[in-house]
Ligand binder design. Structure first.
Ligand SMILES: [Zn+2]
Length: 665
């Protein structure tokens, strides 16, 4: 038997060398050395120079990678007989990207880079054969990743498309915008794995999905050297026709995902996973993803949850504050569908072990809808939550939220004060931001300067300067606020007063003549002052800067088409503060409300206005109970009283009130 027969078997199994014929492999086999590692020994160490390829002939190894954010080594794979590692180091000599530890006594063939280089030097034909294999592999790899390789020589590039992105940027990142097709900008990249560059590009071409294609570095360089100027300076002599096509291109780009969404609406009911699968020609996963988004928008959902469970991928929508199951897709859709959501929101699809978050925007008829997408790894795979950030400010209006006329007047009087702070309080999901924005939109006039600092920016207010905080780069609430004060604002909206520093600056802003809107996480209006004192704010400063506090909850609004009255039992009525025998309402469920019994939402409010008496108590640092009592005695309508009024008017149900409001008996 050929002495290298055994070694050949293993060499044929390596990715790197498998395409070579046996004659060549035999020459490489000569350079192999046997090595044995006892259990627990480190074979290669991450970060050390890569100097050999290893073929496992017996045993088992673990591949560990250091996770810098956790400071631990995570096992990412196990390998056994017939598998190999360290291939790339033979070519690149780059540092090891992982640590390999023998978890059993392990035998390997080792091919040292030095020896391998010597074999190559003596046999140039090996290099040539390998080059051919690499070229084929790169092509195949790009195809597998859904990327295609393009050659610039064959393409006619448009001046307007090229000039979408500044030349400096193109040169620095080696990318080229090629053109629009089907509402997508195709972007040639030398390094398509560079997702950060994709993010940057999205800033130049807002709201247009970007699809990377691959070009070689040589192709890019020669294009920039020889053709870029000519195209940009319009020497192609085809300016007019290019302009014509550009306008079409831009139009197409604005349609984005919508074509598919509209396409799907027609057979929405029938578009189950099975049917989609049958749609042979199209891209079923793309349609499925679009369909999930379209249905969520149509149903008025605020969040989409894609959750891997044992049986498949569960899709749930949060509608009017409550999660409901939409469908469970077969397991085989899990990977491609989660990948699709990650791709469209600019996330790294190869990263599945760590949480990520990203954004995406689509244009729906006349309005833009923004989505915030986050992933977390769970037992059965990655869970994705898509938060729908409706940017349509036309839905605002204090009078839509506040159905009670006296309460509405109180709030309107408060926001017309020239300076001071209005706190809006309540738990997450209680609609604080909506109230703040509604207030802002009533104030918004060209002659006043409004600045907002938020996390995230949930709505677009045209003409208002909105700032997103980025704590990870040190741009936190406090820092933005300090900068605001130098920008001569009249009104400042602070998404949330979440710490001592931002609380202090908010108060400083109010005391220097600004009107400030902000939110706090407390249960009722009177607890606000305790919360601020816990943040080390002097009671006197709190009382001096205070305009008032709005505590609120958001409940589902009864569907007017199908609500019906009943008389609740005595104990419930008493608990809710209703007189015995008062009819309340519940929804039967009808076509108009998707059988939910509810349509939209309505607020429950408790408004504490800082009059002289309240100011005095707050300034003395009195307890919440005392302040609350005085406020009630002075006519403050409590959350409980407001709820009772909503129940009597048939605007919501007993269940909704019990779910959201903690009632003092
Ligand atoms: Zn109904």
């Amino acid at each position: 038997m050929n002495p290298w027969e055994e070694a050949l078997i293993y060499l044929r199994k390596t990715e790197l060398l498998s395409g070579l014929d046996d004659g060549i492999l035999e020459k490489i086999a000569v350079a192999l050395q046997k090595a044995v590692y006892p259990a627990g020994s480190v074979i290669v160490k991450e970060g050390e120079p890569g100097d050999a390829l290893y073929l496992i002939t017996k045993g088992l190894v673990e591949v560990k990678k250091r996770e810098p954010s956790l400071g631990v080594d995570l096992t990412v794979a196990k390998m056994g007989e017939g598998e190999c590692f360290g291939e790339m180091s033979l070519l690149s000599g780059k540092p090891r990207s992982a640590t390999i530890i023998a978890s059993e006594p392990t035998e390997v063939y080792k091919l040292a880079k030095k020896e391998f280089d010597a074999v190559l030097a003596g046999n140039p034909s090996i290099s040539l054969a390998m080059n051919r294999i690499f070229a084929a592999r790169i092509e195949e790899m790009n195809l597998n990743r859904g990327l295609s390789m393009v050659s610039l020589a064959k393409l006619n590039l448009d001046r307007e498309i090229l000039s979408l992105i500044p030349e400096q940027f193109l040169l620095r990142h080696r990318v080229l915008p090629l053109g629009y097709s089907a509402g997508t900008l195709s972007l040639a990249m030398v390094n398509p794995a560079d997702l950060l560059v994709l993010d940057e590009v999205r800033k130049f071409v807002k709201h247009v999905p970007v699809e990377p294609v691959v070009i070689t570095a040589e192709d890019f360089t020669s294009f920039m050297k020889e053709r870029y100027r000519k195209v940009i300076e319009g020497e192609t002599g085809a300016c007019d026709s290019i302009k014509g096509s550009l306008i079409e291109g831009s139009e197409a780009a604005r349609i984005d995902l919508l074509q598919d969404i509209h396409f799907l609406e027609g057979n929405e009911e029938a578009a189950t996973a099975t049917d989609l699968e049958k749609e042979a020609a199209g891209a079923p996963i793309v349609r499925l993803a679009n369909n999930i988004i379209a249905r969520a928008l149509k149903k008025g959902a605020s969040d989409i949850h894609l959750e891997p469970i044992e049986q498949g991928l569960r899709v749930r929508y949060r509608i009017d504050g409550l999660l409901g199951e939409e469908q469970v897709l077969p397991k085989r859709f899990q990977m491609p569908l989660t990948s699709r959501f990650k791709i469209i929101s600019g996330l790294d699809i190869t990263e599945r072990r760590f949480p990520q978050d990203g954004r995406l925007s689509i244009r729906l008829q006349e309005r833009m809808v923004d989505f915030r997408v986050s992933t977390i790894p769970t037992k059965y795979g990655e869970k994705i939550v898509v938060r729908i950030l409706t940017k349509d400010s036309s839905t605002f209006g204090l009078d839509r939220l506040i159905t009670d006329a006296p309460t509405l007047k109180l709030v309107r009087d408060m926001i017309r004060k020239p300076y001071g702070i209005i706190y809006v309080t309540g738990p997450t999901g209680s609609g604080k931001t909506t109230t703040l924005y509604s207030g802002l939109s009533e104030l918004h006039r060209p002659e006043i300067n409004i600045l907002t600092v938020e996390d995230p920016i949930e709505y677009d207010l045209p003409g208002v300067a909105q700032v997103q905080v980025h704590p990870e780069i040190g741009l936190d609430f406090a820092r933005v606020l300090r900068a605001f004060l130098r920008q001569d604002p009249d009104v400042i909206l602070v998404g949330e007063t979440r710490d001592k520093e931002s609380a202090a600056i908010v108060i400083q802003a109010a005391l220097t003549g600004h009107l400030v809107f902000t939110t706090l996480h407390t249960n009722d209006a009177a607890s606000t002052f305790i919360r601020l004192m816990e943040m080390n704010i002097q009671p006197l400063l709190i009382s001096t800067s205070l305009i008032g506090v709005i505590a609120q909850r958001l409940v589902r609004r009864l569907c007017p088409e199908c609500k019906e009255s009943y008389v609740p039992d005595r104990a419930v009525a008493r608990y809710l503060g209703l007189e015995e025998g008062t009819p309340v309402y519940k929804g039967r469920g009808c076509d108009r409300c998707n059988l939910a019994g509810y349509r939209g939402r309505v607020g429950i409010y408790e408004v504490l206005v800082a009059n002289e008496e309240i100011r005095h108590l707050v300034g003395q640092g009195r307890s919440s109970e005392e302040i609350r009592k005085r406020a009630v005695a002075g006519g403050m309508r409590t959350l409980k009283e407001y709820s009772a009024a909503l129940l009597r008017e048939g605007l919501t149900t007993v269940d909704e009130v019990l779910r959201t409001v903690v009632l003092d008996v």
